[in-house]
Design a protein around this ligand. Sequence first.
Ligand code: CAA
Length: 377
Amino acid sequence: MSTDVAVDAAVSERIDAFVRDVIRPIAPAMARGHGPSPKHLVGAAGEAGLAGILTPRDLGGAGGTHLEFASFIEAVAREDASSAVILDVHLSVGTEPIIVFGNDDQKARYLPRLARGEWLAGFALTEPAGGSDAAALQTRAVRDGDAYRLSGTKTFITGAGDADLYVVMARTGEGSRGISAFLVEAHWPGVSTGVPLEKMGLHGSWTGELVLDSVSVPEANRLGDEGFGFRVAMGTLDSGRVGISAQAVGIAQGALDVAVRVARERGAAGVDVDATALADMEARTVASRLLTRHAATLVDAGGAVTRDAAVAKLYATDSCVAVAHAAFELCAPESARADHPAAVRLCDAKACQIYEGTNQIQRMVIARELLQPSKLQ
Ligand code: CAA
C-alpha cells in the first residue's frame, strides 16, 4: 500500500493504481531521460483524476487534502523521483497559487484545464543572478496601459519547454514589497525556453530557462495586488516544501526497498549484511514521513506552517540523501552501475536538498521563527 488509514480509501486505491499502471512501467526510461514528456505524464494523471488533487471539486479538481497530496507524491517518488517532481510542481507551486491567491476569473480560466491535466503548470522565481535571495530578483514588469511588459530570465524552472502556464514573479517596484506575481501563458509572444539542462539526476524531469522578452501580460493576469508577489511566492513555498519533503520520503523508501531486497538475497546466500545500517535507514525514513504528514496536516488546518514545513523539508531531504547513500554502499559494487536503482536514487536525492529553498535557507527560516521576540520566554 502506498498510503495509510489517514487517506481516503478510494483516493488511496486511485494512487496505487496510477503508480502500478503508469509510473512503474516508465520508471527505468524516466531515470535515463527517455520517458514520456512532463505534459504527457500530467495528462495521464488527469485521466486518473490526480492532476488536480488540491483543486476544489467545483473547478474540476478532486478537492483533496495536503495529506492526500503528500501521500501521492511519496508513492510516485518511491518508484520514480522524476515523475514525482513533475507532478509535485504542477500540483503544488504551479497550481496552488491560483487556488489560494487567484480571483474567480483566474480560477475559472485556468484551474479546470490544469486539473484535467490538459495544461502543465510551472513556477518561475529563480534567476541566474541568484535563487536563495528571492527578494533580489531582477525580472521587470512595467505598466503598459491595462497590461504589463515583462522582461527577464528565469532559470532552473521545472517543466520549462513543456509547461503551458507559468506563475512568474517580477519586479514592479523596490524591495520585497515591489514584487508582483503574474500568470504567463507559454504561447504568448516573447516567451521562450532554452534547451533542458543536463542534471546529475532527475533525468526524466525537464529543467531549464524561461526567457521573457517584453511579454505583454494583461492586468487581469496579475495574481493578487501589485507588490503582493513576494507573499504569494513565500506562501506558496511554505506548502510546496511539504511536497518536496514527501518526494524525499518516497526516494528514501525506494532506496530502502532496494537495500532490503539485496540484503535478503545476500543473507539467503550466507553473506553477512549490515543490519544496523538498515535499521538506521528505516528510522530516518519513518521519522521523515511523520514530519511530512504533520506539516501537511497543519496546511490542511489552515494554521501557520512556515517553521514545520521547513523542519520537514530539512530533515526529510537530508535523510533521503543519507538513506540513498547507505543503500548505495550496501548494494556495492553493483550499485556503481549508473542504471542500478540505488545509484539512480542517490543521484535523484541530492536535488531535494537544493530546490524549493536550499537546506541552508530552511535552517535560516527555522532559526528566525525560533528567535522571533513573540516566541522568546
Ligand atoms: N509567508 C508569508 N510571508 C512571508 C513569508 C512566508 N513564509 N516569509 C516572509 N514573508 C514576508 C515577510 O513577512 C515580509 O513582509 P513585510 O515586507 O510585509 O514585512 C516579506 O515577506 C519579506 O520577508 P523577509 O525579510 O523575511 O525576506 P528575506 O528577503 O529575508 O527572504 C527567504 C526570506 C526565506 C530567505 C526567501 O528569500 C526564500 O525563501 N528564499 C528561497 C527561495 C526558494 O525557496 N526558491 C525556490 C524556487 S522554486 C523551486 O525550486 C521549484 C522546483 O523547481 C522544484
